[in-house]
Design a protein around this ligand. Structure first.
Ligand code: URA
Length: 282
């Protein structure tokens, strides 16, 4: 709880622990000065009615416009623009630049970095999470915070490291305070991750967590029902083998479920070995 005796450092720590760790504007806003200015303005305005007197009572600050109810139907114009821009990219580097230059998703304006990918783009295994968190936003790389450290240990359990896998997220921008992305934000960013998969052409995809699985499999089924079951996803002409699995952030909160993630990793290892390319194949 906020306590009147907290010093500035303690207050900042309290906010950071609550997930409020970014400023939305570059310059601070002095709300006290705004209120004082409104008081002066009010006192100068002619007051209506016969008994008009000079008022110095502060007018309540205007409340923000009510947000329209969150719709699951995205703005087709922006989504189509994302589709067109993504489709134009012929290489991963072109896609990275296209995403960095895209201004159609509001998340970009509160994030510090556009987090594109990490690891080896030639890898046969691509992992896709939900969205960058605070550490990822600060470093510009996916899965580098606590979840990422657990992910590294999970990969090590099947003798893989970041040089042997390719890692990205459905969203390239951190939602402020790590809030859940809106359906609109996800719909706008989906064309980019789909094109990312198409261009990287992994043999196998591991969808890390419910949000990634639901978005790429276009389903509302929960991750517990999806995980551990291989399926395919079709992006334009290409088909990819996909395994949804549990998110390391979830495993940090529910360590008893690590055995399920372990089973999924074993399944990936087996499938990679079974589809090992021969000779000049990837
Ligand atoms: N969680 C994710 O889904 N992705 C990241 O990059 C970090 C945390």
């Amino acid at each position: 709880m906020i306590d009147a005796k907290m010093n500035a450092g303690e207050l900042l720590t309290w906010y950071a622990d609550a997930g409020i760790d970014i400023a939305l504007l570059d310059e601070p806003v002095d709300r006290f000065a705004e209120t004082a200015a409104r008081k002066v303005q009010t006192s100068r305005q002619p007051q209506p009615g016969p008994a008009a007197t000079i008022s110095t009572v502060a007018v309540p600050a205007p409340t923000p416009h009510a947000r329209p109810p969150q719709t699951t139907i995205p703005d087709e114009g922006v989504v189509q623009r994302a589709v067109d821009i993504a489709r134009e990219a012929q290489t991963l580097e072109q896609l990275r630049q296209a995403i960095a230059g895209f201004d159609g998703c509001n998340l970009k304006f509160t994030a510090r970095s556009t987090v594109f990918a990490d690891g080896n783009p030639d890898s046969r295994l691509m992992l896709i999470g939900e969205a960058p968190g605070r550490d990822e936003d600060a470093q510009g790389l996916p899965f580098v915070g606590r979840s990422g450290q657990l992910l590294d240990r999970m990969l090590a359990a099947i003798d893989l490291d970041r040089t042997q896998v390719y890692i990205s997220n459905v969203l390239p921008w951190r939602p402020p305070g790590n809030r859940t992305p809106t359906p609109q934000e996800t719909a706008i960013c989906r064309p980019f991750i789909e094109r990312h998969i198409e261009l990287a052409k992994p043999d196998l995809l591991m969808l890390i967590g419910g949000s990634s699985a639901k978005t790429l499999l276009k389903t509302t089924t929960g991750i517990m029902a999806l995980r551990g079951r291989w399926t395919t996803v079709t992006i334009n002409e290409s088909q990819f083998d996909v395994l949804p699995s549990l998110h390391p952030a979830y495993l940090l909160r529910n360590p008893t479920h690590k055995r399920l993630a372990w089973q999924d990793l074993q399944s990936v290892r087996t499938k990679l070995a079974a589809s090992e390319p021969t000779g000049s194949e990837k």
